[in-house]
Design a protein around this ligand. Structure first.
Ligand code: GLN
Length: 192
């Protein structure tokens, strides 16, 4: 039996397996979540990178949107990365008109906002609370245009927030699961 919180990984689309691997490397029980029934046993949820418009659609067809929304309203912790950040933000620019998220963290993000030239890039960033830099992989990342006063910015790249937290909601515009560095997953777990 693994002790500590059970961290589900939303597995409708996108980079969910790598998140699961990082959590398992930390000894965390990390079941994939594809159905409302699978929400029952989890204490926190990772919303992975992928395509936020597709995930929004699949949240509806899977019947997961409302049950996840209820758990989040009850204070379930969530770690949203890239597309997952878009699903957590209160305001999305350049989204599809019918895409909807969970409106959990007071920030404005622009989908694919780094533009064509910088579609994907990698860079080392300094993160509050970590001694050494973190290698951050950005893939068609959301660009954070505004954060609310209650949002704690934990890392910036070129003065733009790329990692932030508000209560039990942590969001990253990059993909922390794509390197074998587990420190950000570990930091997320300490917020639960
Ligand atoms: N551009 C994607 C979206 O709009 C996010 C990209 C990613 O998650 N790597 O959802």
């Amino acid at each position: 039996m693994v002790a500590g919180p059970v961290v589900g990984v939303l597995a409708l689309q996108g980079a969910f397996t790598t998140h699961q691997q990082r959590l398992m490397a930390l000894g965390v029980h990390a079941p994939l979540v594809k159905t409302p029934q699978q929400l029952a046993g989890i204490d926190a949820l990772v919303l992975p990178g992928g395509e936020s418009t597709t995930m929004s659609m699949l949240l509806d067809t899977s019947g997961l949107r409302d049950p996840i929304g209820e758990r989040l309203a009850d204070g379930m912790g969530v770690f949203g990365t890239c597309a997952g950040m878009i699903l957590c933000a209160t305001e999305v620019l350049d989204g599809r008109p019918d895409q909807r998220g969970f409106s959990l963290i007071d920030m404005t993000v622009r989908r694919n906002g780094y533009g064509r030239q910088l579609d994907s890039f990698e860079t080392d960033i300094a993160v509050d609370g970590l001694t050494n830099g973190f290698h951050a992989v950005f893939i068609r990342a959301p660009y954070v245009e505004r954060v609310g006063p209650d949002v704690e910015v934990l890392a910036v790249h070129n003065d733009i927030p790329v990692l932030a937290r508000s209560g039990r909601c942590t969001v990253a515009s990059f993909h922390p699961e794509l390197t074998d560095d587990t420190r950000l997953h570990e930091a997320f777990i300490t917020t639960l």
